[in-house]
Ligand binder design. Sequence first.
Ligand SMILES: [Zn+2]
Length: 597
Amino acid sequence: MIKGGMKDFLPRQMAAGWLLTACCALYAQPNLHQPSEDQYQQDPHQASQHQLGLQDPQDLQNLQAEVAERPTMVPPFDFPLTLSGNFGELRSNHFHGGLDFKTGGVVGKPVRALADGYISRIRVTNGSGYVLDVHYDNGYHTVNRHLDGFMPAIAQRVEMLQYDSESWEVEIVPEPDEYPVRRGEQIAWSGNTGYSFGPHLHLDLFETESGDYVDPMPFFASKIKDTRAPKASGLMVFPQLGRGVVDGQQKPKAVALDRQTPVQAWGLIGVGIKAYDYMDGVHNHYGVYSVVLEVDGEEVFRSTVDRFSQEENRMINSWTYGSYMKSFVEPGNRLRMLQAANGQRGLICIDEERDYRFVYTLSDVFGNVSKCRFTVRGRKQPVPAVDRLDRSFLAWDRVNVLQDPGFHLVIPRGMLYDDCLLSRSLKTDSGAVAHTYQVSSRPVPLHGAAKLRIALRNRPVEDSTKYYVARVNAKGRKYSVGGRYEDGALVASVRELGTFTVAVDTVPPQITAVGKQQWAKNRKVVFRLKDKETGIVSYRGTIDGEFALFGRPNIVQSVWECKLDEKRWPRRGKHVVELTATDACGNTSVVRETFVW
Ligand SMILES: [Zn+2]
């Protein structure tokens, strides 16, 4: 029988109704990590131990040294700062590399240089819209994304290049002496371009020497109000393959924070936590700066989200499981922000029939802290062994080759983060272009590419460029992962294991004129482009037979626009616009519209 549980170690006076709050009791430390910039300029050593909320004199010394070394920077905006995203937030396949500053729901706010330096790169991209990199003399450089526009001289140069190269996406790398900037000088206008769901400025900060993404927050901490601590919202227990079980099973087990009875485990397990940080006066939630796990009073693991390199970025897939952060380090994961203290990669060996006390300490950059406590009960139960020779077993530290009739997958060494046992199956359909191969029922992330080859069984279309490798999701929907025809088969690179097959795309993109009556009034020509299967890879527009620059100012909308410029197309009445679009399998559509301007 299971008795007690979390209640066991709660203070006696806590009523059952308070269990949730009690388990994750919050206590805020409103003191800032850093004195305000003005304070700093007067005397960096004036911040007292009391102000900083530090107990240990060594901590104070370290902090003072850190603050004294850190160059000062002005924030990108001159209005009060609020954030819609922080550094290191968990995103799909990457960490959020910078801060997202709110801009009051509008575009067009002047963006300032943080220090003296020069503009080092100018780009227009689909993903981040108008982008400006600034190299600062203080050892840092920034990338400003989703801008509405550049300063006039740069804007003109960009447009010229776009017309010359007949491409919306362009890049300019100026010489250091071409566009010098002074601290506080306007460098651009904030916007909502690229993959952006509302007006904001995304600011990445890099340490120039290492090239690492670093957290810009400490530089602006005195300008941001945050007295709210991070908060846990869920726990997950990860029994290790062939070495541990939780409640009789060897799969990850979610544990609600208000669970009354502890989970029962035996053998080697890891745990993970879902948690978010919060700030004053806004409804957004953010990533958690620091997570420390202690078991029976000993630290076993900590994550400190303060820097990462581009090479490390994808290792987020190893650290996280959905929105849970693991509190152990998988053997192929080299993220420096994760540190295990127990010599077992943060995994815990449950080998006694007793309660193991787990305590999470969550903190933000501002020193606001919360705790989350739970219990795992050691209970002897059989641990199923794993056969390492099983055809579905993959070892993280070697090359793995998977073969089935008409299927060949090579996963090079260094691509897997941990050992895994796949759930492989083969679905055949005599009429299908190829068999459907389930490699894994749950996505298994890879650090880099694995080479996949699937043989064609039927060839309804002669043209071999019309075939593509499709990833099939749980609902049976197909997504293109690209691929090319080679010797009766399709070969493709994949970066995640799942279910794969081959499909045919012979359907050209759909092009539709949008709001044609408004084109003249709004001084822009707008089309909606859609492609069902493989996606649009190229397009070209003309007006009256001359190249016209169409682009996607915001890729959340499937809308392509061309600004009408009187210098290029005089307002003289009737014009003809033509737009051609091609998908990844070479299917092309053309539309022609006439309009009056
Ligand atoms: Zn962002």
